[in-house]
Design a protein around this ligand. Structure first.
Ligand code: SAM
Length: 276
């Protein structure tokens, strides 16, 4: 059985009590965090299609697996504002999600978004924790599925490798790993992907110009700041990037099979793999 970690209400503890500030987080605490994270949809035309791939991978997996289970336990890392969480919920009515995020601003935004939807309340439990610490608290072989989108690429390589190792231990044999994320191709193609991504962010300045013309100077200056922040974020990601080949090697090393790579949208793509 999946072991649930006892969770105190969010307002009863501070971020520092749960996860001391570290180099692995705090990337979504300022202009890119909270409800404002969803402004990214303005720049990335592929966002919905890309997110849907993760839900689709879980749906396809569940149409051939877990037939005799009433509940399918999914652990999600980094729900952010819940865009991926909704795709996972839609994948199958048996899905129950423990969704772990270490950024209070994000958790507050997603909890507010889900507050009036009873079905979501029943099927998703949000936990304020670092994902590695949470994984370490789960029983080995207790998870049917692990899923995340746009989360693991934020980690430094050593930390990400530890997280992947823990996911591998906590998935049951036959369980599925699904990750929609930045995965680099070979150098030349990666440069094209990167340039495409930076180009997408220009939509923020186009929007800023429109706001400026309409006299909304505050709004215009906000979107210019958002553009700069996403470009900086993408630059920083370059130092931590993981390649498709590296991920394939890690899958092999950790005992995964049936690796499936999905459609690519500039820097991002979706991968799924089954724990042997
Ligand atoms: C870019 S958002 C992705 C949100 C959503 N999955 C989406 O695709 O729209 C990444 C999320 O991961 C969270 N995160 C980053 N490091 C984490 C960690 N070590 N443990 C748990 N959550 C983390 C961030 O706070 C943020 O909410």
């Amino acid at each position: 059985m999946f072991k649930e970690k006892p969770v105190a209400p969010l307002d009863k503890k501070t971020k520092e009590e749960m996860t001391p500030p570290s180099e692995h987080d705090a990337r979504f605490s300022e202009v890119l965090g909270g409800g404002e994270y969803d402004e990214l949809l303005l720049a990335l035309e592929y966002y919905d299609e890309f997110q849907a791939e993760t839900g689709q991978a879980l749906h396809e997996y569940l149409s051939h697996n877990c037939e005799n289970q009433e509940i399918v336990q999914v652990l999600e890392a980094g729900p952010g504002t819940g865009i991926t969480t909704i795709q996972l919920i839609k994948a199958d009515p048996r899905v129950r999600i423990i969704s772990v995020d270490n950024e209070l601003k994000m958790l507050e935004a997603v909890k507010a978004k889900f507050a009036n939807v009873e079905e979501l309340q029943e099927r998703v439990k949000f936990v304020f924790s670092d994902i590695l610490a949470y994984l370490e608290s789960c029983e080995d072989g207790s998870l049917d599925a692990f899923a995340s989108v746009y989360t693991l690429h934020n980690f430094k390589p050593d930390f990400r490798r530890q997280v992947l190792g823990e996911i591998s231990k906590k998935l049951k044999p036959g369980g599925i790993f699904i990750n929609g994320d930045k995965y680099a191709r070979q150098a030349q193609m990666h440069q094209t992907d990167f340039d495409g991504e930076i180009n997408n962010y220009k939509k923020f300045s186009i929007h800023a110009d429109e706001l400026e013309k309409a006299g909304d100077h505050k709004g215009a200056s906000h979107f210019r700041e958002v553009q700069q922040a996403w470009v900086k974020h993408a630059d920083e990601d370059e130092t931590n990037k993981i390649t498709v080949d590296e991920q394939n090697d890690i899958f092999e090393e950790l005992g995964f099979e049936d690796i499936k790579w999905g459609k690519r949208f500039d820097l991002v793509t979706t991968v799924s793999a089954i724990k042997k």
